[in-house]
Each structure stands twice: as C-alpha cells, then as structure tokens.
Design a protein around this ligand. Sequence first.
Ligand code: AGP
Length: 607
Amino acid sequence: MCGIIGYIGKEEAKPIILNGLRRLEYRGYDSSGIALVGKEGIFLCKAPGKLTVLNNLLTQEIPSARLGIGHVRWATHGEVNEINAHPHLDCKGEIAVVHNGIIENYHLLKEKLIKEGHLFLSQTDTEVIAHLVEKYYHGNLEEAVRKALKELKGAYSLGIISQREPEKLIGVRLGSPLIVGTGKNGNFIASDIPAILDYTNLVFYLNDQEMAIITEKQIEIKDFQGRLLKRKVNKIEWDISLAEKNGHPHFMLKEIYEQPWVLNQICRRRIYEEKILWEEMGFSDKELLGFKKIFIVACGTAYHAGLVGKYILEELAGIPVEVEVSSEFRYRYPLLDKNTLILAISQSGETADTLACIREAKQKQIRVISICNVLGSSIARESDGVIYTHAGPEIGVASTKAYTAQLGILYLFAFYLAGLKKKIAEEKLSHLIGEFKNLPLHMETLLKDEGEIKKIARRFFSANCFLYLARGRDFPNALEGALKLKEISYIHAEGYPAGEMKHGPIALIDENMPVVCIVPQGKLYEKMFSNIQEVRARKGKVIALATQGDEIIKAHADEIISLPKIDELFTPFLTVLPLQLLAYHIAVLRNCDIDQPRNLAKSVTVE
Ligand code: AGP
C-alpha cells in the first residue's frame, strides 16, 4: 500500500506535498518522492528510506511551483532504491505519475513500449503509465490519460501532472482509494484524508473507473468514457489522529478491516487467468518438485499461520511438513537434508530468532524460502527465495492482516505444489482457486457482525482466563485467538486441541470460565459438538463460532457467532476474524493500550 498526494492552487506546492506525505507515511515508508511543475518544467526529487531523507534533500532552494504530486512507497515491484521510488517520468521528463496499486499486465505493456522506442529506467510497474500517457499525448492530457487507462489491467489510483499543461492535476481511481479535496487556497488529490486534513475538510470521493480533472478553480469528475458526473462534497468531522486510522480508533481495528482488501490484493497479484504467479520466489518448478519435506519456522502469529500451512500442505500437496517455533528450532537437532525446504514466515522480516534459523539453515546448505511482508527486510534478503504478502504496513503490534496474508500465500503455495505434483485434478484446483477468490466477500460479511462480538466482549471482559478449543485446520486459530487476547487485554488465555481438553485442562472449567469453541460445519463437527457438551456439563460458558443457521449449536451455547457457509477447507480465513474482534473489544473495555500493548514490540529483533 502506498500514499499519494497532489496539489494545485495559490500556495507553494512543496510544503503542502511534504506535509501530506508526512501524514501518509504510515501507508508506506521505504522510499518517497515529489514532482513539481515550475517555470523551468518538472522538478523531480526522490529517495529511498524514510521521508526525512527526502526532506533533507529539499532544504536547498528549489524552483517555485504551485502544482505538484508526491508519493510514499510500500515497495511491491522492484527493490527499494531511488530509481524505483515514485514519481515516474516519461522519456522526455514532461509527464510525472504517482501510483498506488498493481498494474497486472505491466510486463506486456513494457515490452510493447520498449519496442516502440520508449526508454525505461525503473523495475516498477508504474513507469509504464508515464510512457503510455506520453504515447497518447497530442496536446490534451486528459484525453491521453483516458486512452492510457484503456490499456491498464489491475487496481490503481494515480496522480498525473505534465509541464505541458501546468494548470492541471489529474487523479484516477480503479480499485485503490483516492479522494479529491477542495480548499480556499487550492485543490488536492490524496490516498486518504489525513494527507489534506490540515488544509481542508471538504472532500469528494472518487468511485472506481472515475477520474478528476482539477485546476486551481475547478474540479470535474468524469467516468473513464469522459462523461461528466455530479458529486456532492462531504465534510469530514474527524480529527487528524482518527484520520490516519481511516476513522478507526486504533490501527489494529483498521488492519482487521483491511483483511478482505489484503486477500483481494493477493488474488489480483498472484492469480492470473487461473494461473498462480510467484514473481520473486526464485525456485523453478523442477526445484520445488525436488523437495521431499518442508520445515516451517516462525514465531508468534506467524507460527500459527505455519501450523495452518502444515494442515493444508500435507492435505493438498501430500508433502510432509514440520512446524517449529524459531527459538526452539535452533536448539534441537532438526532432521534436515538437501531435499528439505525451510519455509520462514515473518511479517517484519526482522525477527531475530527466525533470522538466526535461516542463517543456520544456509550454513547447512539447506534452501530457504521466506514469506515476508516488508520488502527488502533481512529475512527476505538472506533467503534463497521470497514470497511477499504485500499486506501494506502493519502498525498495530498485534498482528492481524499479516496473518491472513500469510494464510493466503500458504494456501496458494499448497495449491501450486498440489498442481505440480498432480495431487489434485486441474478441474478441482480451478474450483478451489475460485472458492479462494470469493473469500474476501465472506470476510466482509463476517466483519459486519462486529456489534454482536462487542456484546459478547461486554459480557466476558472481566473474566480471568479464557480457553479456546478447536480441531483440525481451525486448531491453530484457537492458539491465535488466545494469543490476541493475551497480548492486548492481558487476560490469560490458552488455545487447545478440543480433543485434548479432557486430558487435563477440563479441570479448569467452571461457571467462571468462558470457552471459545470453533465449530463450523465439517467432518469434525460432531466431535466438536461433544466437546462443547463436555464444557457445558461443567458449567463452562460456551462462546461458539458456528456456521450460519446452526440451530443445534445455538441451543448448546451461551453465545453464538455465525460464520458464512463455505467449503470447510477455508474456515481458518473466517474463524480468525471474530477472535481478533473479540480480543480487541475486550481490551478496549479494559482500557488497554491497543496498538502498543505493554512489554511488547512490533518486531522482536533480539533473541
Ligand atoms: C503477534 O500478534 C505478535 N505481535 C508476535 O507474536 C509476532 O507475530 C511475532 O513476534 C513474529 O513477528 P514476525 O512475523 O514479524 O516475525
């Protein structure tokens, strides 16, 4: 996820753009850049690293300009460096573009444009847009942009300016958010509200397939066919700190709600005409087929994702999988050989224990693929191959959207291996991929139940201990739900395989013990139902996550959270959401510090 801002008006553009980028830095912070249109044409400045690096470059005198665009990058295509930072220019340096999203067909477009004589400087997908606009520019920037859009496939929000038309700022939206702001001293485009709230609280929302043609005095909103659209202005009531969380009180809640988008991005980026794409994984199919065992190493939430990965990879791809917490892996004697693949999972890509594991594996010539969220992070750089989750920056210490993204990658990896090993027929695989692509919709539906979960939190927030029970693929979510509760509400909680409860923890159960039971329809339903009855027989309070319309469970639970009906293979994507919300609302009721819980850090870079 990146951040875009654009300005045109009476004021000097530079300070407004830089301030906007500062407000957007939470969206991406591995590089940044600015393009200004002054009397001498386009002034471009960009730099890898934090925004302060760009600010320091701009202290010297720069040309006066009242039109500009800026960008903070969360790198997706192309490594983190100055050339790949946005804005990107056309061959003549007369058109500048900033972009948030993915151009799925950029390879094809880039090849074609190079054949037509265009000179590319970066590895990014974005640069093709600048050259396409150049190709179609014959004196009308709006028309050139519209023609260029016809060739793009993917999700994008764009800011475009040209020194050929220094009175015009163009914004485009398809699949990535973009708003238009209107103030007394000028007009704006931005990825979201924080970037412009210091200057105006009057905004127009662009819908998909719409563009805004903006001058100092006028804003026109048109569809991609050029038809003028009527749009009412909205007054934003938020204060700035809320705005940085898109109106959510905490980053954690914002990131919980981003999960359908994250999974949608994974589908857009990695599934193309039923094929699964691994841009930067770095292993051939032949090499992947050579692995006879996978060893997953990770910590915390990433470890729980690895456990789900074990179930899926063994079930679909028929490959033995071991999963170990990184801090244990190194001090036991794991049986590894040249046919073992180490799969390291890490949101931050900086977790010391996991980094130590891959270093150890590399010393033993064991090959490593990492699943990371932060581009260019240590674990990503030191692995033989990397699969990025592209979940955007995860600010809340309690990991949520990164977990879902890790699950998404692990499921696609299992589908891919299953296809390579011919464990699953083409037809079945394409059905599963179809089901996978529908998950974001089901997740959206489930998140609408937040109110019900808030009520449950209100009933149990003063409990001293929770038990989370589940079976099969959902068992890791019992661990994850317990971890979420522990780390943000400071209530002790334990995730346990439901079948194992009677071998000890059942002694804990009494009328004061809330027991979360994950019991979707599926082959383990009856078993879970018996466990629920064992809890009830000891007066435990059952909070059941059950498939919509399940009247039996409803009659045997104290609280019910309904899950959309889906193929049981995919339940982990759904059952984790209510557990995140439950932990969140309990922690709010206990006045805990949600985004920065005590004793914790977002990335544990010490062993
Ligand atoms: C999860 O909510 C915790 N913040 C923590 O367990 C985290 O998952 C763990 O430290 C691993 O972090 P990583 O994914 O960045 O390696």
